[in-house]
Design a protein around this ligand. Structure first.
Ligand code: NCD
Length: 647
């Protein structure tokens, strides 16, 4: 029998305001009990498992300390790199197994949405101790608890959030909570580290809440006490920033300039930044000067810690610096959260309704566009799940990933029963809603993907043949000739075809090359729509390795170059090739990315309203023409104009 009700805290929004208040009441009691040195037995017989896939000091140790203080027991994997995760065990399996050993799981994970996955697969409660850059709800409980302790309230407070507001997960949970408690937020991001759109979108949609963003310089002016700068709550929960003379006219008479109640400073989340550098001088540096003005002298300075250079050590002795206390209350607050879990009864009525997710009946399942989403790592058992998001652009259908919350903008939609695809525009919205109900909605990243899954355009315009079987056979020969003339060491060549026609073409080019040179190159296929095991050998043999090799990527048609670019990214995950070349049957000369084919079978000028479709039979008849081979060009009919026309 489960000892605890299945109550997960994945987001701070999983707790209602009364529930948060209850946790705080309990935390006050536990803080007192700890101060008195009272021994507690509340969690006797319960076991907490802490699974940490990312480094942690405060969060893990305070959770474990809290459980011990409550008389419970802890089993811990402080470094999941020392667990079966390195053997490739999925998160889903891990939490299922661990649930047999413990009554609740505390999870920290580098991927966005990981805690949601754990909560879905674990039969017992899961507490999110930080998932990627998404949320860190228990840190927020500590943050709110200390704010309330210092300021005696939360409603109406003004909190400046400084630094990395993009990847700082503690900031995101804090924003959701401050919004609900009716506090004002001023965002002060380091340049390029703004609060992400999906967070703002969720605030606007669910809470009708927004806030102002000011630059570091504007904050300095504010902190420096320039009278021309006022921060004033204009509408409920909204900050307006007035500068210069305008301010005098705009600030309602009798309303004093607002003061700041707290600075929440954050560390640059270096580990979440790829290929981007922020120079030390560009990041926030917070020191005692900021607290010297009339409007900031009452402010407390908070930080989730660890700090790096953004917070001067000189502040540590200032009573307004509360970050060490903020870390210390981690124990009573997390004790309170566990005690609250123990209190839970089955009929938790005010939990958030789940809402309807879109069911996709068949491949291709849409994949989340966020490369750090847990759905891109977890494996095929976890189908990405999406809901409809709010429309902002008429030409894309916005879906929201239920795991990481990022938006996926879909350009091509299909109807799974009629196997027709459409370029999306808003006239289709009503139909899409209906297809979701049926359910028969399919979505595609590209026209090519739609076609490869057997979908036809909603209406196909006139078509004509651009290459027949003989021409294709000649083009294959020519590609092999071009490669042989260009590459000095054919024994080092590796052909990688883009699924599906590129892969067929690759084997045919490989056979032609073998006939000419006597060298049989290994051949593989890359599926650019998959994230795991995207590359597979085409004829067994040696394990796939690209290191030091000359790679020839083979595709049937190159348009924008987008597919090839994706293929390259995938190949580079397997090693560093000596050279990468590109062979295409048809080059349409249109480039969105700086990629140029080295070997071309035929050039056909690009046109936005025309598609080239290639049909190729597999290799195996010594390069003889295949009767069914052909390349067709057809014109695409404009997207649907009115809803009536669809019928
Ligand atoms: C934070 C985290 O891990 O997100 N630390 C914490 O839990 N106190 C903040 C950080 O690492 O910067």
């Amino acid at each position: 029998m489960a000892r605890l009700e299945k109550t997960d805290v994945v987001s701070i929004d999983d707790l209602t305001l009364p529930e948060i208040e209850r946790v705080f009441t309990l935390a006050d009691e536990f803080a007192e009990a700890l101060a008195r040195g009272t021994s507690l037995t509340l969690a006797n017989g319960l076991i907490m498992a802490t699974l940490f896939y990312e480094p942690s000091t405060r969060t893990r140790l305070s959770f474990e300390s809290a459980m011990h203080r409550l008389g419970g027991a802890v089993i811990s994997s402080a470094d999941m790199r020392a667990s079966s995760a390195v053997k490739g065990e999925s998160l889903a399996d891990t939490v299922r197994i661990v649930s047999a050993y413990a009554d609740l799981i505390v999870l920290r994970h580098p991927q966005d949405g990981a805690a949601r996955v754990a909560a879905e697969y674990a039969p017992g409660p899961v507490l999110n101790a930080g998932d990627g850059s998404r949320e860190h709800p228990t840190q927020t409980l500590c943050d709110l608890f200390i704010l309330r302790r210092k300021k005696k309230k939360l409603k109406g407070l003004t909190v400046a959030l400084c630094g990395d507001l993009k990847f700082g997960r503690t900031v995101h949970s804090l924003i959701y909570a401050l919004a609900r408690f009716g506090a004002n937020i001023v965002a002060v991001p380091t340049s390029g580290m703004d609060v992400p759109a999906y967070v703002l979108e969720r605030l606007a949609a669910e809470r009708n809440y927004s806030f102002s963003t000011v630059t570091m310089d504007e904050l300095k002016s504010l902190a420096g006490g320039l009278d021309a700068l006022y921060l004033t709550p204009s509408a409920p929960h909204q900050m307006a920033l007035f500068t210069g003379d305008l301010a005098l006219g705009k600030v309602p008479a009798g309303e004093a300039p607002a003061s700041l109640d707290a600075f929440y400073v954050t560390r640059l989340q270096k580990e979440r930044m790829v290929g981007k550098e922020i120079k030390p001088g560009e990041y926030v540096r917070f020191d005692a000067r900021a607290l010297k003005t009339q409007r900031t002298q009452e402010a407390v300075v908070m930080h989730p810690l660890p700090r790096t250079d953004e917070l001067a050590y000189e502040l540590d002795t200032d009573p307004r610096a509360v970050y060490f206390e903020q870390a210390a209350v981690g124990v009573p607050v997390r004790m309170a959260l566990v005690a609250w879990l123990i209190e839970q009864k089955h009929d938790r009525t005010d939990a958030k309704p789940a809402g309807q997710s879109i069911r996709f009946k068949a491949e291709p399942y849409p994949r989340c566009a966020n490369s750090n989403c847990i759905t891109r790592f977890e494996g095929p058992h976890l189908h990405p799940r999406f809901k409809l998001a709010r429309t902002t652009d008429r030409h894309v259908l916005p879906l929201r990933c239920e795991y990481c919350e990022r938006e996926l903008n879909v350009e091509f939609v299909g109807h799974a029963r009629s196997h027709r695809y459409y370029k999306y525009d808003e006239n289709l919205y009503g139909y899409v809603r209906q297809w979701i109900e049926e359910p028969s909605l399919a979505v595609f990243e590209t026209v090519k993907q739609a076609e490869e899954h057997g979908y036809e355009p909603y209406r196909r315009g006139p078509q004509r043949e651009v290459m027949n079987a003989d021409e294709i056979a000649l083009a294959v020969e020519s590609l092999a000739d071009q490669i042989a003339a260009d590459v000095s060491d054919l024994t080092n060549v590796y052909l990688i075809g883009v699924v599906s026609h590129g892969a067929v073409l690759a084997t045919r080019v490989r056979d032609a090359l073998e006939k000419k040179s006597g060298t049989r190159a290994p051949c593989a296929a890359v599926d650019v729509y998959r994230s795991q095991d995207a590359i597979g050998e085409l004829d067994g043999g040696a394990p796939f390795g690209v290191e030091g090799r000359t790679i020839v990527i083979v595709d049937d048609v190159i348009n924008s170059g987008w597919t090839v670019q994706r293929a390259m990214t995938m190949i580079w995950q397997y090693g560093r090739p000596a050279a990468v070349r590109l062979a295409v049957l048809i080059d349409r000369g249109h480039r969105a990315v700086p990629i140029r084919p080295n070997y071309v079978g035929k050039n056909i000028p690009t046109s936005p309203s025309e598609r080239v479709q290639v049909r190729l039979a597999p290799s195996g008849h010594n390069g003889k023409p295949k009767a069914h081979d052909r390349a067709m060009i057809y014109s695409m009919v404009e997207p649907i104009k009115t809803a009536e026309q669809v019928k």
